[in-house]
Design a protein around this ligand. Structure first.
Ligand code: ADE
Length: 417
């Protein structure tokens, strides 16, 4: 067996969780069923760097079921579910992942997955792709293509493509409608609240809940906090996003104004230094701070450390910082993605569509390996609609179909008033 996990005795518990996820990911499971005999990914070597959760386990085992050889590492030091990692390891998946890795171990694990000389990569945050490009360009040049799961990763890769630095094609899974419009909004919304509640068990009703960033993830967090009775305040830098937040019924202001008002702060911007020293200092005594963006740099944790006299662990994923000015701030999940560090990430039902997109992207790259241009590719409209159609079917929902006359009406420019 290859790999390194925390504790193999957790495998049985992890397997039960994976079974639960399978039962709640009908679209991905139907793809496994459809392709398991023909094995269209036979010969492919996929290295993956994505949160090791029960949902990811279903993706990994689906890729293997259709013929791929897979090696895996987690894409965040605090998101691996140790029991799931153990179950995968026991099922002979080469996996290097455990909760609480340090930075050196994190990159070591990525490099272990590169040893198989991947022909395809599957990333969440682009750390695997960057490691390949920076340290193993000769291996990268042999890669047919990859896929990227998250907004932050896609932004970084688009910048790389613009600089002509990309060595192989990448599919922007994040930008599929069946990904960002569901996973980023409903997934992040629910699981971030879940993480905050597991780490604190506070009553959200009546609290001032500050959401930094009103992209899809921020929108989801704001919507669910509002649903729990919190008073949501949004901070933004993009005028259109700020306007949307205002018209969705939230207060909009600068972080400098929000800092002294907030009871709970969550960052969802993809940008660094959203909350810095002066904000921490001006917060209420007892304010709770967390992040749901891909990287923890949204909160300047060095600033927090430097203005504190000490810190103590209050409960799992909740650390109390004692500030020199006499106030206290609670930091959740070390400022890592709160939904994965302090809870289980997005629910299986929503990852079903995200990972169906990942699966189809891997199939596409492998099939088109000789002709795919080296650039960032979008998911096709057909794939998006097909995944949504399958999802509706598994939910027992049917929808209307345009008639011939309606199709003609839609496509003609002759009919008016
Ligand atoms: N990102 C957010 N939630 C996730 C989950 N449950 N599995 C994998 N990646 C995720």
């Amino acid at each position: 067996m290859q790999g390194k996990v925390k504790d193999t005795t957790l495998a049985e518990q992890g397997r039960k969780k994976i079974k639960w996820a399978e039962d709640h990911m009908p679209v991905l499971m139907s793809l496994r069923e459809k392709y398991k005999d023909s094995k269209p990914l036979k010969g492919a070597r996929i290295s993956g760097c994505l949160h090791v959760t029960k949902e990811t386990a279903v993706l990994i085992e689906t890729l293997r079921a259709v013929g791929a050889q897979v090696a895996w590492s987690g894409c965040n030091p605090l998101s691996t579910q140790n029991d799931v990692a153990a179950a995968l390891y026991e099922n002979d998946v080469p996996i290097w992942a455990w909760y609480g890795m340090n930075t050196e171990e994190f990159y070591w694990a990525i490099e272990k997955t590169i040893e198989q000389k991947p022909t395809m990569t599957l990333d969440d945050g682009a750390d695997l792709i960057f490691t390949l490009h920076n340290k193993y360009p000769d291996i990268a040049k042999q890669v047919y293509g990859g896929s990227e799961e998250t907004t932050t990763g896609v932004h970084r890769l688009r910048a790389m493509a613009k600089d002509n630095a990309l060595l192989y094609p990448v599919i922007a899974v994040n930008d599929a409608e069946t990904k960002w419009d569901f996973d980023n909004i409903y997934g992040t919304g629910q699981s971030s609240i879940d993480g905050i509640l597991r780490a604190t068990n506070i009553l959200l009703a009546g609290k001032n809940f500050i959401v930094a960033g009103y992209g899809h993830c921020g929108k989801g967090a704001a919507m669910r906090a509002h649903g729990q009775g919190a008073n949501v305040i949004v901070t933004e830098v993009k005028p259109t996003a700020a306007l949307k937040a205002k018209l969705d019924g939230y207060r909009v202001m600068k972080m400098d104004e929000a800092a002294p008002l907030g009871d709970v702060f969550i960052t969802a911007t993809g940008m660094k230094d959203v909350i810095v020293k002066r904000h921490f200092r001006n917060m209420k005594d007892g304010a709770i701070v967390c992040n749901t963006g891909h990287y923890d740099c949204e909160l300047n944790l060095n600033d927090l450390k430097n203005i504190s006299t000490g810190r103590e662990e209050i409960r799992d994923n909740c650390a109390k910082y004692n500030l020199r000015n006499g106030k206290h701030i609670y930091l959740l999940g070390e400022g890592r993605l709160v939904n994965l560090a302090a809870a289980e990430g997005h629910p299986s039902e929503v990852m079903d569509m995200s990972f169906a997109n990942q699966f189809m992207s891997m199939m596409h790259v492998y099939k088109e390996k000789d002709s795919l241009e080296t650039r960032i590719h979008d998911i096709t409209e057909e794939q998006d609609q097909e995944i949504a159609r399958l999802k509706l079917q598994t939910m027992g929902l049917s929808i209307d179909k345009l008639t011939k006359e309606q199709l003609a009406y839609r496509d003609s420019y002759n009919e008016g008033t």
